[in-house]
Design a protein around this ligand. Structure first.
Ligand SMILES: [Zn+2]
Length: 367
């Protein structure tokens, strides 16, 4: 199979372009395909846990491009350049900083490197390496729930609201103008290509601003809290209406993924609560289900419970989410200590510490 899709394929005129790149990159593609296919079938048969994995897709020669080089396909030069098989030495603008803010190259020997060309034409290289660092942060007694929403992106403990930055909304007018110009340009013309790059750059700009915002917010939340409690993402679609859905969904999803991985890395507790938990409807004072319900309740920002307390919607939801999280954590700890006690009584088995974790980082070369 390897020979058929590499060596033999190169002899056909349609796929002669395969000769232009290193064999290492082609083989890596095949390895990736095998992994993707195995994951897909394992996911279908239920052997693989977690999120559903889709079928592998063909790579396109348009838009974002990437190639991965394993150990034998690249070398790091002393002078900071990166050698890639069949491409040669590349100048890299290293962007990693150590905790003191000094520029460094890589903290460990990389096992693979991926080179990416964005739709805008900018190049990036991403290294994969393993470290033994223990990043666990000192414990804090503080915890927080997070109520995600449209008006405020997130409401944290004590009604601490993080306004929705709406990067997309702000850039939309300009984006629409760029896209109109692109659509009017003659197909295949140089002007059209220039216009395409402008649109792609604008998209990347918005995405970068959004990613930066999500990274900073998630880091702050994880640093300040020992436990972070969130609602299952499935619940958000149901309870927050249709407005700006696709864009907002993407941000919520990435935010929760960032939170979870950072909690894992820094030794914090991440709790995702059940999709049926009525976080907005519960009165956080008396525990009755008296809050706004359904589609019509979406606009109600504050409400009064018959018990006499007036609630601000998001703040009340955060309290409920945090409480439910504490309950789940207590339950987890109980089963953990039970298991530990059982283990101790049956045999003297050591607990294996988890140490190495895989991380990848991104460095930019000039665009
Ligand atoms: Zn009440």
């Amino acid at each position: 199979m390897v020979k058929q899709v590499t060596t033999l394929a190169k002899r056909t005129p349609e796929r002669a372009f395969l000769c232009e790149v290193s064999n290492a990159a082609l083989q890596q593609s095949l390895n990736d395909l095998r992994t993707a296919r195995n994951n897909f079938f394992a996911s279908l048969s239920g052997k693989r846990k977690g999120r559903r994995v889709g079928a592998p897709r063909f790579k396109s020669k348009h838009g974002r491009q990437s190639a991965r080089f394993a150990r034998n396909g690249f070398k790091l030069r002393r002078n900071g350049r990166l050698y890639l098989a069949k491409i040669g030495d590349l100048r890299v603008r290293w962007s990693l900083k150590d905790p003191a803010g000094r520029s460094i190259r890589l903290p460990a020997e990389p096992s693979s490197v991926t080179i990416i060309r964005k739709a805008s034409g900018k190049f990036f290289v991403s290294f994969c390496y393993t470290t033994e660092d223990d990043d666990t942060l000192p414990p804090t007694p503080r915890d927080t729930g997070i109520d995600l929403g449209l008006k405020d992106f997130a409401v944290l403990r004590d009604g601490n609201a993080v306004p929705n930055p709406r990067f997309y909304g702000k850039g939309e007018v300009k984006l629409a103008r760029l896209q109109r110009k692109f659509a009017r340009a003659k197909k295949g013309s140089r002007r059209r290509e220039a216009q395409r790059v402008k649109v792609a750059r604008w998209h990347e700009r918005i995405a970068n601003q959004r990613d930066d915002f999500l990274e900073q917010l998630s880091t702050r939340v994880v640093r300040d809290n020992q436990a972070v409690v969130v609602e299952d993402l499935a619940v958000l679609g149901l309870s927050r209406g249709r407005a700006a859905k696709s864009v907002q969904d993407a941000s919520w999803g990435s935010f929760l993924r960032l939170l979870e991985s950072k909690c894992d890395r820094y030794g914090r507790d991440y709790v995702s609560i059940d999709r049926w938990f009525p976080s907005t409807q519960l009165c956080s004072s008396c525990g009755a289900v008296t809050g706004p319900k359904g589609q019509r309740g979406l606009r109600i920002r504050s409400w009064s419970c018959p018990c006499g307390v007036t609630h601000e919607r998001d703040r009340n939801a955060e309290i409920n989410i945090r409480r439910e999280g504490r309950r789940i954590l207590a339950e987890r700890q109980e089963t953990m200590s039970k298991k530990l006690a059982e283990g101790r009584s049956s045999a003297d088995r050591g607990v294996k510490p988890e140490s190495a974790d895989k991380r990848s980082l991104r460095d930019g070369t000039g665009g």
